[in-house]
Write a protein that binds this ligand. Structure first.
Ligand SMILES: [Fe+2]
Length: 312
């Protein structure tokens, strides 16, 4: 039998999966699919509609920069070298659609989780790779699906906060569910006193309870990580409830109680949010991607040219 994806699994992990933050050892940092050569080859042929290359402010840069660009004619190794020199991150989204080998890996990952966690039955899996500069940060946010972060190269510090008030106000979670804009969440440095702070090394992965807010800081080195997402029937119902409560709060001016994820009041809310998803409100409020307005150019450090902006 080939090597398992999770290593050193214990019964505590089976008990805590999806309920609290847990760190688990994994074998993907030794997997050929995540070698530097494999990633370089992937970057070179990655379709632009499935990646986000972002130029961000790096240390010492006063001005706040947030632009989307294209990798241009650079080789994958050159792209990674520029990311290693600072001020960039590259997210390869929808990896399962771009290369079947990663799709198969994603199936194996969740196959293993289902074997190890009694009653866990998940669907709509997604995966992506994030290659980010030394000291890059992911701001305080919460995600809607079940999430895991897998470290492949470099180290990150991850701060995870309780999925409850005041870290995650219901009204803000509803806003995220309605708009897809994760930046709706307000960060207060005071929250750090109650954060779980973990350094994630290559060969470790982290997962946490649904919607738990988190933020991430790279150490002073290039970071490659993978994210996976999943849905379960329970997560889907929680999401329907959040959307319905968001509609009630935003369009009907009431402050709804969270309520149970079944029974009469749940199904009334399920109907409400289903109707909303078919309405023109829904499309209007969904996230818009930034236009692409720069291209990487050859150089050993991050080097870009402006190009006429276009929407992908
Ligand atoms: Fe996240």
């Amino acid at each position: 039998m080939s090597e398992t994806i999770f290593k050193n699994w214990t019964s505590d992990l089976s008990r805590d999966w999806g309920k609290k933050p847990i760190r688990i050892d994994h074998s993907l940092s030794q997997n050929e699919l995540f070698s530097k050569d494999a990633l370089a080859e992937l970057i070179q042929r990655y379709p632009i509609e499935h990646y986000s290359l972002m130029r961000t402010s790096s240390r010492g840069e006063e001005k706040k920069i947030w632009r989307r660009g294209e990798v241009g004619g650079l080789s994958g190794h050159e792209v990674m070298a520029q990311i290693a020199s600072g001020g960039l991150w590259l997210q390869l989204r929808e990896l399962k659609l771009v290369d079947k080998r990663y799709y198969d890996l994603l199936q194996s990952i969740y196959g293993e989780v289902e074997q190890r966690v009694p009653g866990f039955d998940s669907f709509n899996h997604e995966m992506g790779v994030l290659i980010s500069s030394p000291n890059a940060k992911a701001h305080y946010h919460a995600d809607l699906p079940g999430q895991a972060l897998w470290q492949i190269m470099g180290r990150k510090r991850v701060y995870i906060y309780p999925a409850e008030e005041p870290y995650l106000p219901q009204a803000e979670l509803e806003k995220i569910a309605l708009t897809g804009l994760e930046s709706a969440l307000q960060y207060d440095p005071e929250f750090d006193r109650h954060a779980l702070v973990l350094d994630l090394e290559p060969g470790q992965m982290l997962t946490w309870e649904l919607n738990a807010p988190h933020r991430v800081e790279n150490h002073d080195e290039l970071s490659v990580s993978m994210t996976t997402e999943h849905w379960t029937e329970e997560i889907r119902r929680q999401q329907m409830l959040t959307v319905a409560n968001g509609i009630l709060r935003k369009h009907f001016g009431v402050s709804p109680k969270r309520g149970p994820a079944d029974g009469a009041s749940f199904w009334a809310k399920a109907v409400l949010q289903a109707g909303w998803r078919r309405s023109p409100w829904y499309k209007r409020e969904q996230r818009k991607m930034l236009p692409v307005d720069f291209r990487l150019t050859p150089g050993t450090t991050t080097s870009i040219v402006d190009i006429p902006a276009y929407v992908v």
